[in-house]
Ligand binder design. Structure first.
Ligand SMILES: Cc1ncc(COP(=O)(O)O)c(C=O)c1O
Length: 456
């Protein structure tokens, strides 16, 4: 790649090139794993936060993953697909039965299980969201949502947040705000994709320590007004870093959207189906979007499926095709989604995320007294961020410390990712018990003590 492109700043996850990673691998990667990693690296295109890989995996069960040396890790990342835990037996059985009964639905054929899933999603989602399309991935679903907004409004511009991730496709990375996916030589991206700085009182573009959400909402309103022809505001209701929107923020944005004729699209690809302790993160804000996008955990951590749900009045383009993906009404992926939702309901997993999540959040907040590395603790349900800083006053990001904590935690059997380089980000499975959580918290506590000592 030409030298004129700078290395992306900040990152969605911990990067492949860390010296701590190299050192960790020298102690943990055995002969068998090395061979798999070498083959992987020989054929897969290198890309940031993906290939070359950290380690190999040979088993994933419940909240645990296991590598080729037999070492087990609690997976507090799981790409947010593992709400019901890996390899849930009821889901495997349902998929198996479905494959025996009907394994594919070609174009022009309605399939009962796909219709049942659509009915179920309409029933559980907020407001009147009831018209649906399925895709195989979240990025595609976001792009369907963008097309729908264009058709409904006759406009093409969008407003979204810097630093957000909405997927890797051209449309999704255009509304995304991460350099890694939209910068460098990949452009030009979609025209009219305006971005605003996101809210987040601990760290924000305005350098204020409170009130960033109000400034952000005002900015959205200002751009909506100045542009005058924005099709949609698209965002995650709970930011991934994570940052929780304060009460009233989304209501202010909703009002501005309505006033200037823009739709509101919520990306609940990681948060949907209970991650934040409610079935949908937007329930906390009592704001119903015009379009809601889900994905990831919808396939139960086994199969890829995402969905776009909208208000019935947005069903406007019968002579065009927004999605029409090959696996749009796949009976096996839709069976997986339907069964996943039933498992979440039957096992009361959303309530578990709320109660164990609240307990863990308080424990992490208590750790601030002991560990000066912690600048801020944020979270809701099973989505937590522990932001590490070198100095609480200046809030200088402690990237090296975060990286070291990450690899020490792996040593002790806990896997998670960092966000923006210095935020330890935990997104455990919704089946994580209080006992599992105690174990994870102890590991985090010990790692922070060790790294605090080494770096002081
Ligand atoms: C908020 C958000 N939107 C969209 C996506 C893209 O989903 P997919 O990887 O299934 O295309 C992701 C994936 O990480 C995500 O976190």
């Amino acid at each position: 790649m030409s030298d004129k492109y700078r290395k992306p700043q900040g990152a969605e996850g911990d990067v492949n090139s860390s010296p701590n990673r190299v050192e960790w691998q020298s102690r943990h990667i055995n002969f068998e794993a090395r061979q798999i990693l070498d083959r992987d690296q020989k054929y897969f295109l290198r890309q940031s936060v993906s290939t070359p890989c950290l380690n190999t995996i040979r088993k994933a069960e419940g909240i645990w993953i296991e590598d080729h040396s037999g070492k087990r890790y609690m997976d507090f990342h799981g790409n947010n697909v593992h709400h019901i835990g890996y390899g849930h037996p009821r889901l495997i059985e349902a998929i198996h039965q479905q494959m025996l009964e009907l394994s594919f639905a070609p174009r022009r054929y309605a399939c009962e299980v796909a219709a049942e899933l659509a009915e179920k999603l309409a029933e559980i989602s907020p407001g009147r969201l009831s018209k649906i399309l399925f895709t195989t991935g979240g990025s595609d679903a976001i792009e369907v949502a963008l097309k729908m907004a264009r058709v409904a409004t006759g406009r093409f511009k969008t407003i979204s947040f810097w630093d957000a991730f909405h997927g890797a496709g051209f449309g999704a990375s255009s509304v995304g705000g991460e350099e890694m996916f939209r910068g460098g030589p990949v452009g030009p991206l979609l025209p009219g994709t305006e971005h605003v700085p996101p809210f987040g009182d601990y760290r924000n573009a305005w350098d204020v320590r409170e009130g960033s959400a109000d400034l952000c909402a005002r900015q959205i309103r200002y751009v909506l007004e100045k542009e005058g022809d924005v099709s949609a505001v698209i965002a995650e209701p709970t930011r991934a870093v994570p940052y929780i929107a304060p009460p009233g923020f989304w209501q202010q944005v909703r009002k501005a959207c309505d006033e200037f004729g823009a739709l509101l699209i919520f990306d609940e690809i990681p948060t949907g189906l209970g991650k934040t302790g409610r079935l949908f993160a937007c329930e906390y804000d009592q704001v119903v979007p015009d379009i809601l996008v889900m994905g990831k955990s919808l396939g139960g951590g086994i199969l890829p499926i995402a969905s776009v749900l909208c208000k019935p009045e947005l069903d406007l383009a019968e002579h065009y095709a927004y999605g029409h993906y090959t696996h749009e009404k796949n009976p096996v992926t839709t069976r997986a989604a339907l069964t996943t939702i039933k498992i979440i309901e039957d096992e009361d997993l959303v309530a578990n995320a709320a109660t164990v999540g609240q307990y863990a959040l308080e424990r992490l907040q208590d750790m601030m007294d002991k560990h000066h590395l912690i600048g801020d603790v944020r979270g809701r349900g099973f989505l937590f961020g522990v932001e590490l800083v070198n100095d609480r006053e200046t809030r200088e990001p402690a990237r090296e410390a975060a990286d070291q904590v990450l690899y020490r935690a792996l040593d002790k059997g806990l896997s998670f990712k960092t966000t923006m380089g210095n935020v330890l980000t935990f997104t455990p499975s919704l089946i994580t018990t209080k006992q599992d959580m105690e174990l994870a918290l102890e590991i985090i506590d010990n790692c922070l003590s060790e790294v605090g000592k080494v770096l002081s």
